[in-house]
Design a protein around this ligand. Structure first.
Ligand SMILES: NC(=O)c1ccc[n+]([C@@H]2O[C@H](COP(=O)([O-])OP(=O)(O)OC[C@H]3O[C@@H](n4cnc5c(N)ncnc54)[C@H](OP(=O)(O)O)[C@@H]3O)[C@@H](O)[C@H]2O)c1
Length: 246
């Protein structure tokens, strides 16, 4: 059976990728911090590797460079890299880290595919009508949201099927806003001042993470994070947005 390593495979993205690989009859091999002391050893025997960095990693290019070195050493030539939509956004340090890492992937000499998902639909907790969604940016900002299950399916498609080497795909399931999603779910929205967020929800974070998220909220407030849905529909062989509207 085809074995595919998933770095960051125990996180929420990685679990979705592993599940999709297994759904296609492949073996998803989740790798985490415990595997890093001998990453090449952990990758050996895998047909491909999908590189997911932990959220807000302080030096994502270094993480990706080390993963690419390990893949080369292990003889794993097929690589997928989990980037983000609009990676070159100079005011967003975690996006810029992914832009730099994309360049490393493209110059790696390996057979690569880069996926650029929008914000996950699952980031929003819309389950409890009594609990409003708290946001530190305007609720009508335009987004292309990606469903995590569909992101996992897209990864399985590009790594298990031929023809995706050298391709970069942005991934979104649905173009909408938090306001629209909350209204559909019958949940209220509470927009808080970013400094209030920093003193409450963000208080437990490290200073760097808090500053990076405040920069992200400011960007979202001005621009949202629009992402097109066509590449994901094409990869999944269906019009996910139309199916959702039907
Ligand atoms: N949330 C979104 O809307 C969104 C949208 C687009 C892209 N993304 C990107 O998706 C990626 C994954 O996010 P996530 O929330 O799924 O990940 P995550 O849960 O933050 O982290 C994934 C895994 O990384 C491992 N890890 C943590 N620190 C590590 C380190 N220093 N070195 C090596 N491994 C480490 C952990 O596994 P172990 O415990 O096994 O070590 C963890 O389970 C991020 O790069 C994020 O930017 C997110």
């Amino acid at each position: 059976m085809t074995r595919v390593a998933v770095l960051g495979g125990h996180g929420k993205t990685g679990r979705s990728v592993v599940a999709a690989l297994e759904g296609r009859g492949a073996v998803g091999v989740p790798l985490g911090r415990a595997d890093w002391p001998d990453l090449a050893g952990a990758l050996r025997g895998c047909a491909a590797a999908y590189l997911v960095a932990p959220n807000l990693h302080p030096d994502e290019p270094a993480y990706v460079a080390a993963a690419l070195d390990a893949a080369r050493a292990a003889g794993v030539h097929r690589i997928g890299y989990h980037s983000v939509a609009s990676p070159y956004a100079p005011s967003l340090p975690h996006h810029v880290g992914k832009a730099v890492a994309e360049d490393l992937v493209r110059r790696s000499g390996l057979d690569w595919t880069i996926l650029q998902p929008g914000a996950y639909l699952q980031n929003l907790d819309l389950a409890d009508p009594a609990r409003p969604v708290r946001l530190a940016y305007r609720s009508d900002a335009p987004f292309g949201f990606a469903d995590l299950h569909e992101v996992g399916e897209a990864v399985a498609t590009v790594l298990l099927e031929p023809g995706h080497e050298g391709a970069t795909y942005e991934l979104a399931t649905r173009r909408t806003s938090v306001a629209e999603l909350a209204a559909e779910a019958g949940v209220g929205v509470e927009v808080v001042d970013p400094q209030e967020w920093a003193a409450t929800d963000g208080a437990a974070l490290g200073e760097r993470e808090r500053e990076w998220l405040l920069a992200m909220f400011a960007y979202y407030d001005r621009h949202g994070l629009p992402v097109g849905t066509v590449p994901l529909s094409a990869l999944l062989g269906r019009d996910a947005e139309a199916a959702r509207r039907a």
